[in-house]
Design a binder for this molecule. Structure first.
Ligand SMILES: *Cc1c(COP(=O)(O)O)cnc(C)c1O
Length: 419
């Protein structure tokens, strides 16, 4: 459920007309609904009430906007970060260092040092080598880094190959069979306080069975560590729950996910940690765009919009579907291709799709664009960096300004020897 609804024939975010925002800010522009973010944060938390002790860390990479992070901080969420840059955003949003989890396969020594200095809550180690390096950095500062070991459970999440992370051939975590010996060796290091295991098998997961298999394997691994006399107090089950992108599509939601997790992990005797991203942020945002013109095509007309693959990369990167809807629908529909202005055929949002009828100058939205939307935006084709707006009831504010090509041009230099 979200708060992007028609009111008096105009699509609104909560009580604010998207036409009014487009008029004031220009297009393309991302618009987030605070009430939707809060609703998803609460629904996800409530779905896990079957577990005795949980920790929630919002996956910052899905939507790192400062205002979005502030909303989630106020909902009691920590943060899952994958770079020092994301860590500094989470801290700037008011999330305590102790509530931040540092994930990622390539943490540099410099990033780990910054994280130690910020008193980071947990490092999810992706290799023994990383653990040894972190232990040395921590010991040199006279501290112990709290850590878990990320394990690759070798299950197929049955999602898009580019966002599948839990198969043996993927770069993430240590091999399942090697984990007990690595965990034992890391426990022996002075600079580390190993407290458990972590797993994350992929994103946009629409079938809970692979996750259940992975969690069962993690439970077995936890038992084997305990039988070696090693302590396990935390188990991080990652994120990855999918969201419906097409109207009418039905996926397992937080309630089913929570019941599945509880059935596996209720009696583990640990704090179970989660790193949800998309399920919180995905439906909380839309990308508002204006139709530049409609041109005839060989089979269907091309609706050329002013948003492009640099603003919303998911269709080009993952063949992803985003529902396209007019801001002031007439009730008429058309079959069309929806494309952006960029000089690549991958700059295509929809082919041969039945959409609300639109013409030049009309406003429209791509729905479910709150996750992996603005954060993946770039300035390809020397386009502006897309701005972001947050709505809260009747109020709205620009929460990230449009960065104009001139501002980027001003950072570039022609070297003396070319003058
Ligand atoms: C990307 C990622 C997440 C969040 O994934 P979602 O599908 O957005 O929930 C959580 N944990 C890790 C380690 C990730 O890489």
């Amino acid at each position: 459920m979200d708060y992007f609804q028609l009111k008096d024939g105009v699509l609104h975010a909560e009580n604010v007309s998207l036409a009014a925002i487009a008029e004031a800010v220009g297009t393309p522009v991302y618009v987030y609904s605070r009430a939707t973010l809060e609703r998803h944060a609460r629904v996800f938390r409530e779905a896990l009430s079957g577990l005795p002790s949980i920790h929630l860390a919002f996956a910052v990479k899905s939507n790192p906007n400062l205002a979005v992070l502030r909303v989630l901080a106020r909902e009691g969420y920590g943060a899952d970060v994958v770079s020092a840059g994301e860590m500094h955003r989470a801290l700037a949003a008011g999330i305590a260092g102790s509530d931040i989890v540092f994930s990622g396969v390539g943490k540099t020594a410099r990033e780990m040092t910054e994280a130690l200095d910020a008193g980071l809550g947990q490092f999810n180690l992706e290799s023994e080598e990383e653990g040894v390096e972190l232990a040395a950095l921590a010991a040199a500062r006279g501290v112990r880094a709290v850590a878990t070991l990320r394990v690759n459970p070798d299950v197929d999440a049955r999602t898009h190959a580019k966002i599948s992370t839990g198969k043996a051939e993927n770069k993430f975590g240590v091999a399942y069979d090697a984990a007990p010996a690595i965990y034992a060796r890391l426990c022996a290091l002075d600079g580390l306080e190993m407290r458990g295991l972590a797993v994350h098998i992929g994103s946009q997961i629409g079938d809970l069975e692979p996750s259940r298999q992975a969690f069962l394997k993690m439970g077995a691994l936890m038992e084997s560590l305990r039988s070696q006399g090693l302590e396990v107090t935390h188990m991080d089950l990652g994120g990855g729950l999918g969201v419906p992108y097409r109207s009418g599509e039905s996926l397992p939601g937080p309630a089913e996910y929570g019941a599945m997790v509880a059935s596996v992990a209720r009696d583990w005797g640990v704090t179970v940690m989660f790193e949800p991203g998309r399920v919180i942020s995905g439906n909380s945002g839309v990308l508002v765009t204006e139709v530049i013109r409609v041109k005839p095509g060989a089979i269907n007309p091309f609706v050329v919009v002013d948003a492009a693959m640099n603003d919303l990369a998911r269709p080009a990167m993952y063949d992803a579907w985003h529902d396209f809807a007019a801001v002031t629908p007439t009730g008429e529909t058309m079959i069309a291709n929806v494309v952006g202005p960029i000089c690549e055929s991958s700059d295509t949002f929809a082919m041969g799709r039945e959409i609300d009828a639109v013409k030049a100058g009309d406003l429209a939205v791509f729905r479910t664009a709150g996750a992996y939307g603005a954060t993946m935006a770039n300035t390809y084709n020397s386009r502006p960096l897309v701005p972001e707006v947050m709505v809260d009831g009747d109020k709205w504010s620009v929460v990230a300004e449009r960065i104009e090509p001139a501002a980027i041009l001003a950072t570039e230099r022609v070297p003396e020897w070319l003058e």
